[in-house]
Design a protein around this ligand. Structure first.
Ligand SMILES: Cc1cc2nc3c(=O)[nH]c(=O)nc-3n(C[C@H](O)[C@H](O)[C@H](O)COP(=O)(O)OP(=O)(O)OC[C@H]3O[C@@H](n4cnc5c(N)ncnc54)[C@H](O)[C@@H]3O)c2cc1C
Length: 433
């Protein structure tokens, strides 16, 4: 009997250490500094405050745990990473202090899988050491979830590739040293076979940031999602990652990991909102009793707890499945948690916010900020609808159409067959009456 929902005591000790460390050492960073500074390596916190914290994480053997031992991580696997990311998901700065922040974690994974030794030396090792920031440049202004409409092109010219086209929402481009760019190299075949991936240093001539797009609520100029134009940008032919036409196969490695890691961190965010909801319900008095005594408040708490626990189990199960069969074969599980992520965040954060009344809507609580993350989770790394299509297509492969006009569950023939099977007994029953 292999089912087991327990955490081994040695790993629980690590989780307890992470929990205390995030609360005492990292959450103050979240309170004092803008979340943009996670990526802005020019800010003094990256030379003063952050490195000693990262050293403590390394001393605990918890650095870059999404990667295998050959790359300086512990090769925890996705299940342990899920438990750990739940805690890191409470904080903006924590993933960076633990060397596993998006999108660098996904970018490091594809460099580790597909990079040549030279590419690893030049880009992967500085990325793992936290010395540089990277970005991923795939979405275009006219097309995101439909890559068939991608027009950014790259072509070989002697020892170089030339990249021409525009990319949209390349997160952290303004802070990145390296952009991983997807461009069509063979327009005569399907985009899934004709697109390649390039490692592009962001100081390469010809790169133009049209503007840094901000999320709703961010002040103008604060944005960090690059609208980027590649004007005949030349990179050495060696900067091709994998082979020509392999971009989508490579992207699957990256986006699978990215999606599940967002979901893991969202479990932590939902837990945080739920904790706030319960504390407020026990503290706020109205009409002579605390909110926790009101049945409609109790219902909100029960519904939230059920959703949180179901989501958590599904995320951990998806992580376990990836550990067993790999990300490609766990696409259905990854898609399921991707779809649930904005939904559960929406429901729990909304209830927590609502129970706090006006205070919940104010900028004196973190709940409106958490609420703003909800639509992002439904769109970044592909919209909900596209992931639902993946789930439905995969599930439907396990079914076949019914034979004949009526469904296989149609009762008349089944009842007739059952009656025929028990004809003797049924006749006896009739005789008795
Ligand atoms: C915060 C954030 C960070 C991001 N970071 C990056 C990044 O670093 N690099 C990068 O390359 N991209 C990034 N993206 C872009 C993201 O990958 C795209 O936004 C996403 O793929 C959707 O593309 P789109 O915005 O063009 O929406 P569209 O493709 O125009 O889709 C719009 C809507 O149409 C509907 N829709 C689409 N397809 C279907 C369908 N098949 N069936 C039914 N309805 C459908 C959905 O409701 C969808 O939300 C980021 C996005 C966000 C929000």
């Amino acid at each position: 009997m292999a089912w087991d929902f327990s955490t081994e005591p040695e790993f629980q000790e690590k989780l307890d250490w992470i929990d205390a460390f995030v609360r005492t050492e990292i959450e103050p960073l979240d309170l004092a500094f803008s979340s943009h500074l996670v990526y802005d390596r020019s800010h003094p916190i990256h030379t003063t405050v952050i490195p000693p914290l990262q050293d403590q994480v390394k001393a605990q053997g918890l650095w870059a745990c999404h990667l295998g031992p050959d790359l300086g991580g512990l090769g925890f696997g996705q299940l342990k990473l899920g438990l750990m990311n739940e805690i890191l998901g409470r904080s903006n700065f924590a993933p960076m202090v633990f060397g596993c922040q998006a999108p660098d974690s996904g970018n490091a994974e594809i460099l580790a899988h597909y990079g040549s030794d030279a590419q690893k030396a030049e880009y992967l090792h500085p990325l793992l050491d936290g010395k540089i920031v990277s970005c991923y440049s795939m979405t275009e202004p006219q097309a995101g979830s439909d890559p068939g409409q991608f027009t950014c092109r790259a072509w070989r010219d002697g020892d170089e590739y030339v990249i021409e086209g525009e990319k949209w929402f390349s997160s952290n481009f303004r802070y990145a040293a390296l952009a991983i760019v997807m461009a069509v190299t063979d327009p005569d075949v399907s985009v899934y076979q004709g697109t390649s991936m390039f490692l592009v240093p962001t100081d390469t001539p010809g790169i133009e940031i049209i503007r840094n797009v901000g999320l709703g609520g961010e002040a103008p100029g604060e944005g960090s999602h690059g609208y980027v134009r590649y004007n005949q940008v030349r990179v050495p032919a060696d900067n091709l990652l994998g082979g020509e036409g392999q971009a989508f196969a490579i992207a699957q490695t990256r986006l699978g990991g990215g999606r599940i890691h967002h979901a893991m961190r969202t479990v932590g965010a939902c837990q945080r909102a739920f904790d706030m909801m319960c504390e407020r319900a026990l503290s706020r008095v109205t009409q002579g009793e605390v909110l926790a005594k009101k049945q409609m408040v109790q219902e909100k708490i029960a519904d939230s707890y059920i959703q949180l626990e179901s989501f958590r189990l599904l995320v951990l199960h998806a992580g376990w499945t990836i550990d067993q069969v790999g990300g490609q074969k766990a696409r259905r599980q990854i898609a399921m948690v991707k779809v649930l992520t904005p939904q559960v965040l929406h429901d729990i954060v909304y209830r927590a916010l609502h129970i706090h009344g006006s205070l919940g809507t104010s900028n004196e609580m973190p709940l409106m900020g958490m609420w703003a993350m909800m639509p992002v989770m439904g769109i970044a790394d592909g919209p909900t609808e596209v992931h639902k299509l993946t789930i439905a297509r995969q599930v439907l492969k396990e079914y076949k159409p019914s034979e004949g006009l009526f469904p296989s569950a149609h009762l008349p023939p089944r009842v007739a067959a059952a009656r025929a099977k028990f004809a003797d007994l049924l006749e006896h029953e009739v005789a008795q009456h």
